[in-house]
Each structure stands twice: as C-alpha cells, then as structure tokens.
Write a protein that binds this ligand. Structure first.
Ligand SMILES: Nc1ncnc2c1ncn2[C@@H]1O[C@H](COP(=O)(O)OP(=O)(O)OP(=O)(O)O)[C@@H](O)[C@H]1O
Ligand SMILES: [Mg+2]
Length: 262
C-alpha cells in the first residue's frame, strides 16, 4: 500500500459529467486536492460550480466520473462505489459541508449547543458535560458568546448562523470541508471577518477545503490553488496568484479584468 504524504492527493476527481435533461451542467471536470490545501472553484453564475461541488461531495450522483478520497489509513476510497451508509459516515466524520444558506446546514429550532454537539454524538460521544463544554469551546472559537449556547439559531444574525454552521462542521476535526459561497449572503464587513476566521481555521487545523465562490477576492484570500469554470468545463487551473496575476485562458482574462475595471 502506498503511504500518505503531501505528494499524494487527498482527493482525485476525474471526468465528472452531469446533465439535466438536454442541458450539460458539467463536462469532464477533473482536479486533484492535496492535504491541507484550499482550492477555490470560480466562474460565472450557471457555470456548474455548485453542481461540481455537490457531485464531488456525493450529495448528488453525476452521470460519469470518479472521486477517490484518501482515508486516514492512507488507502484510496472510491467514493461512488461506497454504500449510502458509508457515504453518510464519511460526510459526518472526515468531511464537512458548509451551505450558502445557513438554514440548510443547521437545525434552526434546536439550541446552538445541540447543533454543535450533534456530529460528536453521531460519533458516539454521550457524556453531557463533555458535549456541552466542547460546544462552548467551539462557540468561542467562532466568536459566538457561549452564553448563547441554549439559544436556537433562528434567533441569531446571518453572520452568527454562518459561524455556527462552521463550528458544527469543524467540531469533528474533518480533513476536508466543502463550502458553497459561504460568505455571499452576508454584508461586506461581516464577510471580511468570516473570511479571516476561515483562513485562520483552515491553517490551524490543516484543513483541506473546496470553496465555491464567484468572488475572486475570496479566492485570493483563502485559496492556494483555483480552478476556473465556464459552461460546465474547467478552463484553467493553477496556483491562485499565478492564475489571477497572469491568466492564460481568455475567459479567465475577462473575469480578472472585469473585476479590476473601476
Ligand atoms: N436541479 C436542476 N435542474 C435543472 N438544471 C439545473 C439544476 N441545477 C442546476 N442546473 C443547471 O446546471 C447549470 C449549472 O448550475 P449550477 O447551479 O451548478 O451553477 P453555479 O455555477 O453554481 O451558479 P451560481 O453561481 O448561480 O450558484 C445551470 O445551467 C443550471 O441551470
Ligand atoms: Mg451555485
């Protein structure tokens, strides 16, 4: 068996295709993700970013293609060959998924503490005191006053909900987190703080992440590498600074220059 190291990908995505009826949403999308790496997926609205993320995260089956994930034991797992139960286990242990709309990723009517504790309980933790103190720690880490631990997220602001969703996902120390436009519903100052927090957490936890965004500034701030999508295809990929400073594909050149226009 080959040993895991920083030269073998954590995730290998090959040839993902997806159609909705006659419409081709994804055409032969491939990329690799290395351990601890943050990859941004950028492109205009409708280019297939969310479709790609949902396919790779095994939330919606593609028509073709494969996803291989390197487990903690170093062995490659074929994600689409897993049973649904195995996929669910992966999704609540080694993987996290942060939705654009926090209400899709939280239970809005149960307490903040229970939202954070749920994934730990799913892994077998039953000790109430430990669950509560871990939840309180995580609220603090995402800058939510632990005094709000018994409040339900429907009483939280948009930014707080998004931070709670992040705590709920990270509490199990996942190795890979998928995020679909995690900051786009928030106003600019709240976005900046959340991005800063995400940057710190991904570095501290050596977390690999795939972050979908239409905002090149988000990619610049968070991502080591990026892939650019246009009409369901990956048209360019590379180191973030290289792609943004010296875009090769005409579509990427257009994206970059339209952002730079005053
Ligand atoms: N459930 C669906 N049924 C039919 N077509 C869909 C569905 N979901 C997505 N599509 C189509 O697939 C294409 C890609 O959509 P997708 O949501 O992946 O784009 P996106 O890049 O995430 O866009 P946005 O930035 O607006 O979120 C679009 O043409 C869209 O209309
Ligand atoms: Mg989308």
């Amino acid at each position: 068996m080959d040993t895991p190291d920083s030269t073998s990908p954590l995730l290998s995505v090959r040839g993902i295709c997806k159609r909705y009826g006659d419409r081709v949403a994804l055409q032969d999308a491939s990329f690799d993700l290395w351990p601890g790496e943050v990859l941004a997926v950028v492109g205009e609205s409708g280019s297939g970013k969310s479709t790609l993320l949902n396919a790779v995260a095994a939330r919606s089956a593609p028509d073709a293609g494969s996803v291989q994930f390197r487990g903690r034991d170093g062995a490659l797992q074929d994600v689409f060959a897993m049973t649904e139960a195995q996929q669910r286990l992966l999704a609540r242990t080694d993987w996290g998924f942060v939705h654009q709309n926090a209400a899709d990723g939280l239970r809005m009517d149960v307490s903040a503490g229970a939202n954070v504790g749920e994934r730990l309980m799913g892994l077998g933790e039953r000790h109430y005191g430990r669950l509560r103190s871990t939840a309180a720690d995580w609220l603090q880490r995402v800058e939510i006053d632990p005094a709000r631990i018994d409040d339900a997220p429907r009483t939280f602001s948009g930014g707080m909900r998004q931070r709670l969703q992040i705590a709920r996902n990270l509490v199990t120390q996942p190795r890979l987190v998928f995020m679909d436009e995690p900051t786009s519903g928030l106003d600019v100052s709240v976005q900046a703080r959340l991005l800063d927090m995400l940057r710190q957490l991904t570095r501290q936890m050596q977390l690999a992440a795939i972050i979908v965004t239409h905002d090149l500034a988000v990619a610049r701030l968070l991502a080591h590498r990026m892939v650019v999508m246009q009409r369901g295809r990956v048209v360019e990929s590379g180191l973030t600074d290289q792609v943004l400073d010296d875009p090769q594909h005409p579509y990427t050149q257009l994206l970059v220059s339209s952002v730079l226009q005053p």
